[in-house]
Write a protein that binds this ligand. Structure first.
Ligand code: SF4
Length: 316
């Protein structure tokens, strides 16, 4: 649908505000405080891919705990996580006793072994994903691009699960632990799949101090990884109207961001994440808590005339 002059002016203002947030942020401080720092520390392409997946999969909950656990985990695994996954028995032994939230060491060992086998079979994990994307584009011709992307990601995860010996419902386990089932989310089920989309962003977006630009996949195919903070800020900026944390919401926000940068919509994930980290957003006009917010000038709670305000909570 054609956007009105006022709506286009608003897009320009939102873009300017988000660009300024990025410009003012200290990129290296942000990287060093983020799980992606562990990926940058790896020396080889194969280790960056494997550690990228591991770090993204473990990235939920408190960021300080995530970083501490990742440090512990990588110390146990040894200098080359990709090579360590070539010897599954030794890897299972090294990780025995490790715990992070839902995951046990053995769950993460399965993930590493599965990802490493896919990496070796295709040459790189990037090539494995590219092949799945090309296949999905071919087989689902006529579908919208995000549907092909979702199917490609689902098949990529299917391959890792099959090679690692776990499934979408986990592994046969009398204790009925949920850990293995949560290693890779089931994108076909419509979940937001934040950790997988974060992994893809790290691998695909051009190297900019945070993302690594390792894979030859167009940035226009990426979807923004959405968690509760990104969702809340997106609604406050009029980029989202959906009230649920789902794949459809990721698509909605990414399409809104594509109006700001059609070639690389997920570049704005950095600014939104940064706002989520530095601002305790109340999602209402609150002079004390909104003070210093870099997007206050375009926040719907402060700036948007009623006529343009999205009907938050209702489908688009
Ligand atoms: S101005 Fe306030 S309500 Fe709006 S996004 Fe910023 S912190 Fe949140």
């Amino acid at each position: 649908m054609k956007r009105s002059v006022r709506e286009r002016k608003r897009d320009v203002a939102v873009k300017a505000a988000l660009d300024l947030v990025r410009e003012r942020a200290d990129l290296s401080a942000r990287r060093n405080a983020d799980p992606v720092a562990f990926v940058h520390l790896q020396k080889t392409h194969e280790d960056r891919e494997i550690v990228g997946l591991l770090a993204a999969v473990c990235a939920f909950g408190n960021v300080t705990t995530i970083r501490q656990k990742l440090g512990e985990l990588l110390h146990l695994i040894g200098p080359s996580p990709a090579r360590a996954a070539d010897a599954p028995e030794a890897l299972f032994e090294r990780l025995a006793g490790f715990r992070h939230r839902l995951f046990r060491g053995e769950d993460l060992a399965r993930l590493l072994v599965g990802a490493r086998r896919v990496q070796q079979a295709s040459g790189t994990l990037g090539k494995a994903f590219q092949d799945e994307l090309a296949r999905a584009d071919r087989e689902l011709a006529g579908e919208v691009p995000e549907a092909c992307f979702r199917e490609a990601l689902a098949r990529f995860c299917d391959r890792i699960r099959a090679e690692g010996g776990f499934s979408k419902s986990g592994i046969p386990d009398p204790s009925r632990r949920r850990g293995p089932a949560h290693l890779l989310s089931d994108v076909r089920a419509g979940s937001a799949s934040k950790r997988l989309l974060l992994f893809l962003r790290w691998m695909v977006r051009p190297a900019d101090g945070i993302d690594l630009g390792l894979w030859s996949v167009p940035t226009t195919r990426l979807l923004i990884p959405v968690d509760v903070h990104i969702h809340k800020l997106s609604r406050n900026l009029g980029l989202a109207t959906r009230g649920d944390l789902s794949w459809k919401t990721c698509v909605e926000i990414t399409k809104a961001l594509a109006r700001l940068d059609p070639d690389d919509p997920t570049r704005y994930d950095f600014s939104l994440c940064h706002m989520g980290m530095v601002q305790r957003c109340p999602s209402k006009a609150d002079a004390a808590r909104c003070e210093g917010c870099g997007v206050q000038s375009v926040c719907i709670h402060w700036s948007l005339p009623r006529v343009l305000a999205p009907r938050v909570g209702q489908p688009p």
